[in-house]
Design a binder for this molecule. Structure first.
Ligand code: FES
Ligand SMILES: [Fe+2]
Length: 348
């Protein structure tokens, strides 16, 4: 089950460029397309005529034309026309609230009357020229909660990401988990260390000494329904770490929008927003490629883990202190699901 009265990242604008996109989100099959005046629209991916997938059709004059027998569906879920038919009595299909913001298309899969675009989180790195962003999308055959666990506990870096962001000091630095309402924070600071290969390269790219001793931080921030933004970086040792002056550090935000597809699969919108050398397009490209490889390592771990937990549902798993971030985040999700299922109290 998923919280549905909330915004999820559905796709990126290039995915609906000149053609519709069919994508299952929270178990709902949805057809996304660009309607008139460039507005994004989303309707059930189900033609009211014979149930064909509307996303296999094409966009025609701001509407979606079914590729089977030519029914034309409007962005509001009402049939506009169909060759040789009167469509006035055709049943309306569900239309989903959508918004385009920060380089993503967002969808509200639940009760449309509750949708409020002001609830989309503000992403400063997406609007400020001081930041550069590069990212991508993976489809992963694992429940989305496993990805949240993965990102809320970066202990795995020392094992899964050896040679890029992994380093032994990760294992020796305690992790601190904090909960603030629906937000969960897991942080780890490694002091006076040598930067691992990824961060050494970042220091070099920023014209800094890649051999200097540094303080490194990782602060995973979970926010509902399933976004994990991670403050990461290194600063010259003793300069204040995360709070060090700009000239003494390289810092970035690891961007993870985790959108459930089904109970056992999800869409993983990953990326990195960096706060140094924003004008360097080659750097954006090389970081993106490196990061794509790193997250491919997580993908392999998660898909195999999913197969295990799915095939052996009776096995109980350990819950260690390093797992607290994931556990607390799952609690927030469970609370949201429960609240959606509990009907609001009737006024007396
Ligand atoms: S199924 Fe869509 S027009 Fe027939
Ligand atoms: Fe990872």
């Amino acid at each position: 089950m998923f919280p549905k009265n909330t915004w999820y990242v559905a796709c990126t604008p290039d995915e609906i460029d000149g053609k519709p996109l069919g994508r299952t989100i929270c178990g709902e099959r949805i057809a996304f397309f660009r309607a008139s005046e460039g507005k994004v629209a989303a309707v059930e991916d189900f033609c009211p005529h014979r149930g064909a997938a509307l996303s296999l059709g094409r966009v025609y004059d701001g509407n979606l034309m079914c590729g089977y027998h030519g029914l034309v569906m409007g962005p509001d879920g009402k049939t506009v026309s169909m060759p040789m038919q009167r469509v006035g009595g055709f049943p309306q299909i569900k239309a989903y609230p959508v918004a385009e913001r920060y380089g993503y298309i967002w969808v509200w899969p639940g009760d449309a009357t509750k949708a409020d675009a002001s609830l989309i989180p503000h992403l400063e790195w997406a609007v400020s020229p001081e930041w550069a962003f590069g990212g991508g999308l993976y489809h992963i055959n694992s429940g989305y909660r496993l990805m949240i666990d993965n990102l809320m506990d970066l202990t795995h870096e020392a094992y899964v990401h050896v040679g890029s962001i992994g380093q032994n000091e990760i294992d020796n630095s305690p992790v601190i988990t904090k909960v603030d309402g629906d937000h969960v924070y897991t942080s780890r600071v490694m002091q006076d260390i040598i930067a691992p290969p990824f961060w050494a390269a970042a220091l070099r790219a920023n014209g800094m000494d890649d051999k200097a001793r540094v303080d490194r931080w990782q602060i995973s921030r979970f926010s509902p329904p399933s976004h994990v933004l991670i403050d990461v970086g290194v600063a010259y040792a003793g300069k204040g770490g995360f709070d060090a002056p700009k000239e003494d550090k390289v810092s970035a935000v690891v961007v993870d929008f985790i959108t459930p597809e089904t109970e056992n699969s999800h869409w993983y919108f990953w990326g990195m927003a960096r706060h140094f050398k924003p004008e360097d397009k080659e750097l954006t490209k090389s970081i993106r490629e490196g990061q794509g490889g790193i997250f491919g390592q997580d993908l392999a771990v998660l898909e195999a883990q999913q197969r295990n937990v799915q095939d052996y549902p009776g096995r109980s798993l350990l819950m260690l202190n390093i797992d607290a971030g994931g556990v607390q985040s799952r609690r927030v999700i469970d609370r949201m699901i429960k609240a959606e299922q509990t009907p609001a109290a009737e006024p007396a």
